[in-house]
Design a protein. Structure first.
Lengths: 215, 248
């Protein structure tokens, strides 16, 4: 390709991974906190968590990003575009994370917990020795899937000027005028980055399911 | 934070109601195209022809991997120069990008549902002398339609949310009208809160409807829905709607 410097996309790809990774960790932390609150079973807190997750799901990520980036700046706290993207996408994803944790904890029947308690194990030991080892294989595929999703939603950060992969691609198209080669490169990068991970998610999922049906 | 006076609020609402109409139109047309594309691709995935199966697979894998926004931007940059020549606008480009992408997701959901019908039923229908399409038409599809209704509604929820991305290729929909309202009177927090509330007003009823429909389907057609193991694509949609479907 005549003089097209595709290495210009590299910093963008790095920023995409930063945004996706940061948002994933934030979502994991908030999601864990929310599913812990749910486990405590304290009604008012339960309603608060359920209301929060439903509300989060009803607002587009882009609007959430604008609220975090422009809205919070208006209130006097300036976040740079990368941080704003991590916060907005992380909060948006946390609502799904809480759901994944709940679904995977639900795969372990409550009779097993009761059996553990009746053997004299503490609540913590029941969770650590009985529930978690069985629930984790069910939690891994959706958590990985959520990271793959974030690699794609990280493109939204370009809307507030973060130089992630898509922004870098757009910039390259603008500067060189070579739309097609850049577009093909972007597509190839996204396919190569996400397709193997998606396949892995499917494999892990059917393995977890096969193990569960053997048990 | 200052609250806008009534005149300012009225000017915002005027802009945003016009945007809302475009968002609803875009979401509706995308939904129709998505269901058509998803159904065709899912039928292709279970086709007897290897070529058709491969075409369906490539379509799904390609459009599931590329982010919707990337697809829109590529269409915008790629086709932008010829838009006026061909007599199409950015609305059409957004519609194409949204439909191609959502269609790939929905195809996976539909395929999972079709393949959840046990092979023994296919063999039973074959032994009765039914052909491939007759088996699909009379034995398989009637069973999977009820559980697919709430799942399709979940896809609609994702479509409405993703339609906001069209603002980034200059489609005058709800989100762009919000950004215009911000440039009129510099109150981003207030405008975007109002914008979020408008989206929630469309999507919350859909979330509750999907939840109710799913519970109704499970009660009415319990056995079929239980057999329909949720694939990852389904679960993504299910949790998008806040259903929190239990795995087992």
């Amino acid at each position: 390709m005549n003089g097209l410097d595709l290495t210009a996309l590299l910093p963008g790809a790095l920023a995409t991974i930063k945004i996706a990774g940061g948002a994933w960790l934030l979502a994991l932390a908030i999601g864990m906190l929310m599913s812990y609150i749910r486990e405590t079973g304290f009604r008012p807190l339960l309603w608060l968590v359920n209301g929060f997750t439903t509300l989060i799901r009803s607002i587009p990520e882009l609007v959430m990003l604008y609220l975090v980036y422009f809205g919070i700046a208006y209130l006097g706290v300036r976040l740079d575009s990368l941080t704003a993207a991590i916060v907005a996408l992380g909060v948006a994803e946390s609502a799904f994370m809480a759901e994944y944790f709940r679904a995977s904890l639900n795969t372990v029947s409550s009779s097993q917990r009761q059996a553990g308690l009746s053997l004299g194990l503490s609540q913590v030991k029941v969770l650590r020795l009985i529930v978690l080892p069985q629930a984790v294989p069910f939690a891994v595929p959706p958590l990985l899937n959520s990271f793959v999703g974030l690699l794609k939603t990280a493109t939204l950060a370009s809307a507030v000027g973060a130089v992630e992969l898509l922004y870098a691609g757009q910039d390259l198209m603008n500067r060189t005028g070579q739309v097609l080669p850049v577009a093909i490169s972007l597509v190839v990068i996204y396919v190569v980055a996400t397709l193997p991970l998606t396949a892995l998610v499917g494999k892990l999922e059917s393995r977890a399911r096969a193990r569960a049906s053997r048990a | 934070m200052i609250w806008p006076d009534w005149d300012t609020l009225a000017s915002w609402l005027e802009l945003m109601l016009a945007g809302l109409v475009v968002t609803l139109k875009l979401s509706f047309l995308t939904t129709v195209l998505t269901i058509i594309l998803g159904s065709l691709s899912a039928l292709g995935a279970v086709s007897t022809s290897r070529t058709v199966r491969i075409i369906s697979r490539v379509y799904v894998d390609l459009f599931r991997s590329v982010p919707i926004l990337a697809l829109m931007i590529i269409f915008y940059f790629g086709f932008g120069p010829w838009l006026s020549e061909w007599g199409i606008d950015t609305f059409t480009l957004a519609l194409a990008a949204l439909s191609l992408s959502s269609g790939a997701y929905l195809s996976e959901v539909y395929r999972g549902a079709i393949q959840s019908v046990p092979r023994s039923q296919w063999r039973a229908a074959e032994s009765l002398g039914l052909g491939h399409f007759a088996i699909l038409r009379f034995a398989v599809i009637p069973q999977v339609i009820p559980p697919l209704v709430p799942l399709t509604l979940n896809a609609v929820i994702s479509i409405v949310k993703n339609s906001s991305l069209a603002s980034l290729i200059t489609v005058n929909e709800l989100t762009l009208s919000g950004t215009m309202a911000v440039s009129l009177s510099f109150m981003p927090m207030q405008v975007y809160l109002l914008l979020g509330a408008m989206y929630a007003a469309i999507i919350l009823p859909l979330i509750f409807a999907a939840g109710r429909l799913e519970r109704w389907v499970n009660r009415r057609y319990g056995l079929v829905s239980a057999r329909l193991k949720p694939t990852m694509a389904m679960r993504t949609y299910a949790s998008a709607a806040g259903l929190g479907r239990r795995d087992r």
